[in-house]
Design a protein around this ligand. Structure first.
Ligand SMILES: [Zn+2]
Length: 258
């Protein structure tokens, strides 16, 4: 009887111990869970704050065009008061660059800021023309502004071409500037021999004189940044049309011939 009682007591102790262990384990788990929940609530979610770096995909350009904002730095070009040719050419060129990029055409500017490429004018023009070969460009487009000392009656834009191969580019650009109705189209002129930046070039090249700065009508758009933006867009449209009708068509034909 005494032995039986002892045995029973031992059994009870074991049961109590097991129950205590179960409760203890449960409590431990519960407290750990509660602690983790509170900690996660208090600490900010680090993962959400990690900003994935945006990887810019390389663009698959259909053509490359060198845009040359005429003059710069020590060489302001034509000017009326503080309206300078070097600023007009840069504003217009940047507008061309943006519109070309949107059409998947790479624009390489010979200058992005108010600088010159050399202290020497001939060397400066040589370096601008060399950008075409350096960048494997398809076309070269130089932006300038005219001024005529002898009269302020002369107005309009004109486009100089390097050679016959450059004619359709000049034509497409002229047609698009004309639609703006800012000034009259004075036509396409030969500049392959007289203009160094065209002469030194190896690709179809044009030089655009946007208008006559000393003429009141032309001054009104040449001194207006918004109108220069429109001018830039129109020039870009001409370049895009040239790329689409001549460059892409020719390359398709070449592929067929191969
Ligand atoms: Zn000029």
């Amino acid at each position: 009887m005494v032995r039986k009682k002892k045995k029973l007591r031992v059994e009870r102790v074991i049961i109590v111990c097991v129950i205590a262990l179960v409760i203890g384990f449960g409590l431990y788990k519960g407290i750990t869970w509660a602690f983790q929940s509170i900690t996660s609530l208090l600490t900010p979610d680090v993962q959400e704050e990690v900003v994935e770096p945006e990887i810019e995909k390389p663009k698959n350009y259909i053509a490359t065009v060198v845009i040359d904002p005429g003059h710069g730095d020590w060489d302001p070009g034509a000017n009326v008061g503080n309206v300078l040719e070097k600023d007009i050419s840069l504003t217009t060129s940047k507008a061309i660059e943006q519109a070309l990029d949107e059409a998947n055409i790479k624009a390489v500017l010979t200058r992005e800021t108010d600088i010159s490429l050399s202290d020497n004018k001939i060397d400066d023009l040589k370096k601008r023309a060399a950008k075409s070969a350096e960048n494997n460009a398809n076309y070269f487009v130089s932006i300038h502004v005219n001024s005529f000392d002898e009269s302020d009656e002369v107005s309009g834009f004109e486009i100089y071409k390097k050679n016959d191969e450059s004619h359709s580019l000049a034509q497409n650009i002229g047609k698009n500037i004309e639609t703006l109705n800012y000034s009259k189209n004075r036509g396409i002129l030969d500049g392959g021999k007289s203009l160094q930046v065209l002469r030194d070039n190896m690709v179809p090249s044009v030089l655009i004189e946007l208008g006559y700065l000393n003429n009141d009508n032309d001054y009104s758009y040449l001194s207006n940044d918004e109108k220069l933006q429109e001018m830039g867009k129109a020039i870009a449209k001409g370049i895009i049309e040239e790329v689409q009708t001549h460059l892409l068509d020719n390359s398709t034909q070449n592929n067929i011939n191969k």
